[in-house]
Design a protein around this ligand. Sequence first.
Ligand code: FAD
Length: 318
Amino acid sequence: MKVTDHLLQAKGKTLFSFEVLPPKKGENIQSLFTNIEPLLEFKPPFIDVTYHREEYVYRQHPNGLLEKKTVRRRPGTVGICAAIKNRFDVDTVPHLICGGFSKEETENALIDLHFLGIDNVLALRGDPIKSEGRFLPDPDGHSYACDLIGQVADLNKGSYLDEEQDDTWATNFCIGAAGYPEKHFESPNYAADLRYLKHKVDRGADYIVTQMFFDNEQFFSFEKRCREAGINVPIIPGLKPLTAKGQLTMLPRAFYLNIPEELADAVHQAPSNEVARRIGIEWCINQSKELMAHGVPVLHYYSMGKSDSIRQVASALF
Ligand code: FAD
């Protein structure tokens, strides 16, 4: 079932959902299932599965020459979505990215998803490969998420890449797009970022999920600006409880976000990681309560591979 249909069915009640990462190559899928199981009592109508593109590593040979190798550390997004759906009877949202995909490969991935009965995709550009510094699309791929969204929307109208193909089956994907309450790091300003977000919705995005944030005022003002710009699709806030002191620097570095002074000071001064974790979870519960009272359709949590802190937050709310 589509994410948007779940929202309609909820009739204004805030739902719980979360995002998981595919296990690292070589690990068993059981570890992922074990992570998901404790969260099922909060009845997530859908679970997101991230997509991780390839990285380049350089291996030195005995003769001193360096060999460039392509490594995909967390493969399996499509298979994991099908496995979760099959095992837990919960809808899944595979993340689909532009990076590393030609349009043809994207179309084939969408056909696989359609055959597997997966009704949702979160369409993203993807981050640059670490060693490349800036985002470089596949020579025959998309440069921006809006174009990927356009391709999915075309397939939903039965329009495949091969124009000579007729009598085609139209897919019926619900399409999600990413939004940034604190602005995407490459955008010159909020106005430009919002214009591109509106463009994603105009091309076919049915809902928006936000990057994580720790200050609800950022979300409220983002939502207001979206509505003023004519973006009328549901906006789902993304949240993460801070669980270790090191995240005070890691999260801003990785996700270009701000951590409010009050939270940052409290975590910084905490005598141990255990205390820091309690502070982070408490903060996330308070954020979630306020967002729920505000009437957000879903509280969507970033698990980053670990579900125990999300479980603690969800127990206080659902
Ligand atoms: P876009 O919407 O394409 O935007 C990228 C930048 O280009 C922005 O600065 C935007 O303002 C600008 N822009 C957009 N359209 C245009 C245009 N037409 N012309 C000029 N400029 C334009 N990454 C992964 O690799 N895997 C994941 O699974 C994943 N999941 C995510 C889930 C969520 C909820 C979020 C918020 C992010 C996720 N990301 C993931 C990270 C995301 O891929 C990066 O933030 C990426 O840098 C931007 O993706 P986007 O879809 O927002 O890109």
